[in-house]
Design a protein around this ligand. Structure first.
Ligand code: AMP
Ligand code: ZN
Length: 456
């Protein structure tokens, strides 16, 4: 059975045909590590995880590559504003390198809590400065780059179909917007390399044929994706905000360097919204994994919540919806646990399930089917085998859960409490004990450390 995916480039549902039979090259734009990821970012990584799991469910061998954006970059997409990493450094007193390392580890821990499969390869922008310089040199040789006072820019007027991915109205843009940024030739031109300013003390800067500075944001992805997946690979994804700028520019760079539009399918996850609209990292306040932990939520409840919405619809986050997801997940776990030993999955249900997930990852319908089965009349051993098969895509760890399982958020609080005790922060340790207690667990401190036990 074929997998159908909505390709933003073609603006239609397309049957997935791999470049090389049986394999998929998948590149997902990774986190900018100057701060924690918020749960909106994590929704995008959950969508990409479901995509990968659906492809694997269809027996494809997926090579999943994710980058870590650890180079500064600027707070505005228009190549101006403050450098995020350097600003983070000033805010915390750590070096830009320490900041990047800290938030990379935090990100990896977040995705682990959400049961997101590790990519085959993580690639850091700062480890690939040479590749980026090479790409820029290639673009320059092709006559698509020019120099201004503050950097090397991509000349978007050299590409007749620049902006096609986003269906940008280039003529409208050219006539409607004044070119404000330095001496850029066209409003859509973007930085490939920015020069370090003599008056600023940058922690992250490199020598290049054009002068000391640092790469623009878009070049890291097209350079690293081409290095690890080839100059034309299967699927490139990210959040929908990447359509008009970041991915549009990755495509422009790849056209200039390799005459390809980098990936055969471009997939985009829609946003998680909070009351005030989209959740954003640079606007300050945001919810992160730890916020959910602190409130006693199991991260897999958030995963469940994301499965209830199609990835191509915005999802409004409310605490009530997370509560409902928590209850639903717990019911599903209890049911699956109570069904005893699994036998063989029901063929008919498996075919239906495959139909839903292969139809552009329709997880809401797949979940509804899981509930129909749970409430239906199949024998328990068959129900269990079927739902465990579904869980290869859902990733809710249904097989692993039992009433004795200590939830991840409790384990997290236990280790945080141990750290507080080690730091002699008794007030925080007591606070954590009370929070653990409120969830129905006791903490026992022994020579080997502290353990949580479920209270009967
Ligand atoms: P960043 O770390 O800011 O580069 O973002 C990481 C990923 O999260 C990108 O793929 C973004 O498109 C995506 N993203 C940013 N904000 C949201 C949001 N509110 N909901 C869903 N995805 C988002
Ligand atoms: Zn990217």
């Amino acid at each position: 059975m074929s997998v159908f995916l909505y390709d933003t480039y073609a603006r239609e549902l397309r049957e997935f045909i791999p470049i090389k039979e049986g394999t998929v090259g998948l590149y997902a734009c990774g986190p900018t590590v100057y701060d924690y990821a918020h749960i909106g970012n994590l929704r995008t990584y959950l969508f990409e995880d479901i995509l990968r799991r659906v492809l694997e469910f269809n027996d494809y061998k997926v090579r999943h590559v994710v980058n870590i954006t650890d180079v500064g970059h600027l707070t505005s997409d228009a190549d101006s504003g403050e450098d995020k990493m350097e600003a983070g450094s000033r805010r915390t007193g750590k070096t830009a390198w320490e900041i990047a390392a800290t938030y990379t580890e935090e990100f990896k821990s977040d995705i682990q809590h959400l049961n997101i499969l590790e990519p085959a390869l993580w690639c850091r922008a700062t480890d690939h400065i040479d590749e980026q310089i090479e790409s820029i040199a290639m673009i320059e040789q092709r006559g698509a780059a020019y120099r201004t006072d503050d950097g090397i820019y991509f000349d978007t007027a050299t590409l007749p179909d620049y902006g096609y991915l986003a269906r940008l109205d280039i003529d409208g843009l050219r006539s409607g917007i004044r070119v404000e940024e330095g001496d850029k030739r066209n409003p859509t031109d973007f930085a490939l390399w920015k020069f370090s300013k003599p008056e600023e003390q940058r922690q992250m800067e490199w020598d290049s044929p054009w002068g000391k500075g640092f790469p623009g944001w878009h070049i890291e992805c097209s350079a690293m994706a081409a290095k690890y997946l080839g100059t034309l690979f299967d699927i490139h994804c990210g959040g929908k905000d990447h359509i008009p700028i970041h991915h549009t520019n990755e495509i422009a760079q790849s056209q200039a360097c390799f005459d390809t539009h980098l990936a055969n399918y471009w997939l985009h996850g829609y946003f998680l919204e909070i009351d005030q609209g989209k959740m954003s990292k640079s606007s300050g306040e945001f919810l992160r994994m730890q916020t959910l932990f602190d409130k006693g939520y199991d991260p897999l409840s958030y995963r469940y919540l994301c499965l209830t919405a199609h990835y191509r619809t915005d999802l409004k986050f409310t605490w009530e919806s997370l509560d409902s997801a928590t209850v639903a997940l717990q019911r599903l776990r209890n049911s699956v646990h109570s069904w005893g030993t699994p036998s063989v999955a029901d063929e008919n249900s498996m075919a239906q399930f495959r139909g839903f997930v292969n139809d552009d990852l329709n997880t809401p319908r797949a979940l509804a089917l899981a509930w129909d089965i749970a409430k239906g009349s199949l024998p328990n051993d068959v129900k269990k085998a079927t739902l465990l098969e579904f869980d290869r895509v859902f990733g809710l760890k249904l097989a692993e859960w039992s009433p004795e399982t200590i939830p991840a958020e409790v384990l997290e609080m236990v280790s945080e409490r141990e750290a507080a005790r080690a730091a002699k922060d008794w007030a925080r340790a007591d606070e954590l004990r009370a929070a653990i207690d409120a969830l129905g667990y006791d903490v026992e401190d022994g020579a080997e450390g502290s353990v949580a036990k479920r209270r009967n």
